[in-house]
Write a protein that binds this ligand. Sequence first.
Ligand code: ZN
Length: 111
Amino acid sequence: MSSGQTEERRCPLCDAIMHVMQEEGNYECGRCGSMARFREEQLMAMYIPHYHLRLEELSRRNVELVSLIEMESGRGEARSMTKLRSLHEERQRVLSEYSFLSYFGPFTEEW
Ligand SMILES: [Zn+2]
């Protein structure tokens, strides 16, 4: 095994290859712009661009989607199953991105 400097790292967020930055051996992802600090194999700290903004957007979109789903469901016989399905699918994506991003919360606080 070579020393930490040349080891290949993958971005914990998007899985692209990360590059070592000049300073302090931090790693930077060329795809999503995240920065990360590792100790051995372990992620210690992370910077994710627009982290809190993205969480807020997702949380706001979830509230919107819940109300759109309620509205469409409330139309009874006239409701569109296609529309409902696509709203539910979008909500699944929003919730899963939210929960994935939330996992990095403690690491972003260490940055
Ligand atoms: Zn990335």
